[in-house]
Design a protein around this ligand. Structure first.
Ligand code: B12
Ligand code: SF4
Length: 468
């Protein structure tokens, strides 16, 4: 039996021709969900993984599968439906899972043969048995998996076009920030995989660089931190020579021993969500760690960098507290904190989040022709109506933010400063150049986006039912 697992592309963000430039290898990230599903699949199935982000495959030339499995973030949903229609047209059953299928169940159910909601570990074997027996059901609820039962991903199955491997060591996050889907999808309980499993899986990754996809690498409580230290110790002792990057909250900076162990285990970079330049903004998104009284963000960033770990700071533009000047302010605050790179994103309501519930209730989605409009839910387009900023206004703020932070004098100043402190100057510089080039591409995309918003066909309001 043949199983074909597909990661759809979103033509607005991810149509990357990996062969086109060597640098593109650093822009595509492995679809770990599909690698995990492949790991859960019994050996009698012949499994292949198709990642459209590596380039568009020739589906006509592929051997006919007995089952197609599609994953999708919300931004990929539209393309996922095109693929589902194509394979169903050939008489091949299609099952879809992942975050969008879970949060928009009715919309997805109408377009595929079966939907798997939640984490797949507990139900995938049954789905496959049911396909073999010709009794595929419409819906399987995976819920939250038993973390000890998470099997290693099939790292051997993906192509060689990626610079980074991927691994997951924990699931869930107790913080439940208003804009984030993680607590709704993976639960508030922080679940940690057994350390020997993680170390063994790490060793099986052939890429030198690895993305640790955990949403919150070290967790929040003293027990979580103790486990993180234990993991870092075990990785360092295992002799694995990977360099890795991860996502963490700012409490990562609070424990010198943790930082030292992380660096010894191969940590070279962290993405940290600072989210807002103001305390009111942090309150609005509910990012509890960031508004601990008296936290000195600049000192926290420096402490991390002293261990040769670079810091990418993520900020949101478009919070209710943001008005004219917000973009420039974020760039200044990020410069003051001393982050190596800045990732500024538009506030975007994603289905299943508290922010979605609020904006939906207040009729604040300006792009609501679903499923087509999901293409724009990439956090790089202003899809909502913002309290103190018009669509043109918020785009101007984003442009001002990036223009300020990624101006040549600032890029060179940061490179010089990290050279002087002997802290990964080259990686920081390459990161800045890559963000600068993305920013120029985004500016072209904003012009198309604005034209589309202004088109007469958008004059009538639309609130398509998506069913949650
Ligand atoms: C790694 C990651 C990325 C990587 C993507 C790598 C890739 N190709 O998959 C990168 C950095 C590129 C990325 C980009 C984006 N991401 Co992202 N990303 C993640 C992250 C941190 C981990 C995903 C992961 O690998 N998890 C590990 C796997 C094992 O878990 P899983 O994907 O949930 O899969 C399990 C189940 O869902 C299920 N399942 C999944 N697919 C399928 C398919 C079938 C057939 C079945 C049966 C089951 C099934 O089974 C799996 C095993 O249990 C998640 C957060 C999270 N916790 O999910 C955010 C997350 C998915 N990203 C998010 C967002 C918003 C984005 C962006 C739109 C914006 C951005 N700038 O970050 C872009 C979109 C890119 C695009 N192409 O459109 C949101 C998505 C919310 C939503 N409703 O879509 C999340 C949830 C983060 C958040 N804060 O809310 N992301
Ligand atoms: S943004 Fe980060 S800290 Fe907040 S809920 Fe999501 S994963 Fe947790």
């Amino acid at each position: 039996m043949r199983l074909c697992l597909i990661n759809p592309s979103n033509p607005l963000v991810s149509m990357v021709r990996v062969g086109g430039s060597r640098w593109n290898r650093y822009r595509v990230w492995k679809p770990l969900s599909l690698m995990v599903l492949a790991g859960l699949t019994p050996p009698e199935w012949e499994v292949s993984i198709v990642d459209e982000n590596l380039g568009m495959p020739n589906y006509l030339a592929m051997p006919r599968p007995d089952l197609v499995g599609i994953t999708a973030f919300t931004s990929q949903a539209n393309r996922a439906y095109e693929l589902a229609a194509y394979f169903r047209g050939l008489g091949v059953p299609v099952v879809m899972g992942g975050i969008h299928a879970t949060m928009c169940l009715d919309e997805v159910s109408a377009r595929v043969d079966a939907v798997v909601t939640g984490e797949a570990e507990g139900v995938w074997a049954k789905v496959l048995d049911d396909v073999r027996a010709g009794r595929l059901q419409r819906r399987y609820d995976g819920g939250l998996a038993e973390i000890g039962a998470v099997l290693p991903a099939r790292h051997d199955l993906t192509g060689r076009g990626y610079a980074f491997g991927a691994i997951q060591t924990t699931r869930g996050c107790p913080l439940n920030c208003s804009f984030c889907s993680v607590t709704a999808f993976n639960g508030a309980k922080y679940r940690q995989r057994p350390i020997p499993d993680v170390v063994r899986e790490f060793a099986s990754i052939r890429e030198k660089y690895v993305l640790v996809v955990d949403d919150n690498l070290i967790g929040t409580s003293p027990e979580h931190l103790a486990r993180a230290k234990e993991l870092f110790r075990a990785l360092a002792q295992s002799g694995a020579r990977h360099s890795w990057v991860a996502q963490a909250t700012i409490n990562f900076a609070d424990d010198e021993e943790l930082l030292e162990l992380a660096a010894r285990a191969g940590c070279r970079g962290v993405f940290i969500g600072f989210e807002s330049s103001s305390v009111e903004g942090l309150r609005e998104v509910g990012k509890k760690f960031n508004f601990i009284r008296g936290r000195d963000f600049r000192a926290s960033v420096r402490r991390i960098q002293r261990h040769n770990i670079m810091v990418v700071g993520s900020f949101i533009i478009g919070l209710d507290v943001d008005g004219p000047g917000a973009g420039r302010r974020i760039a200044e605050v990020a410069s003051h904190y001393g982050v190596d790179n800045l990732n500024a994103l538009f506030l975007t309501p994603l289905p299943g989040t508290r922010l979605w519930d609020q904006m939906w209730a207040e009729d604040r989605l300006s792009l609501d022709r679903f499923p087509q409009d999901w293409n724009y839910y990439t956090l790089t387009f202003p899809v909502a109506r913002y309290k103190h900023l018009s669509t043109d206004g918020i785009i101007r703020e984003m442009v001002a933010c990036n223009r300020h932070f990624y101006s040549w004098p600032r890029i060179l100043r940061r490179a010089w400063s990290s050279l002087w402190r002997r802290h990964a100057p080259l990686i920081g510089l390459v990161g800045s150049l890559s963000y600068r080039s993305n920013f120029r591409r985004d500016c072209r995309a904003y012009a198309d986006f604005q034209r589309r918003l202004d088109s007469p066909s958008r004059a009538a309001p639309s609130r398509a039912a998506i069913g949650q």
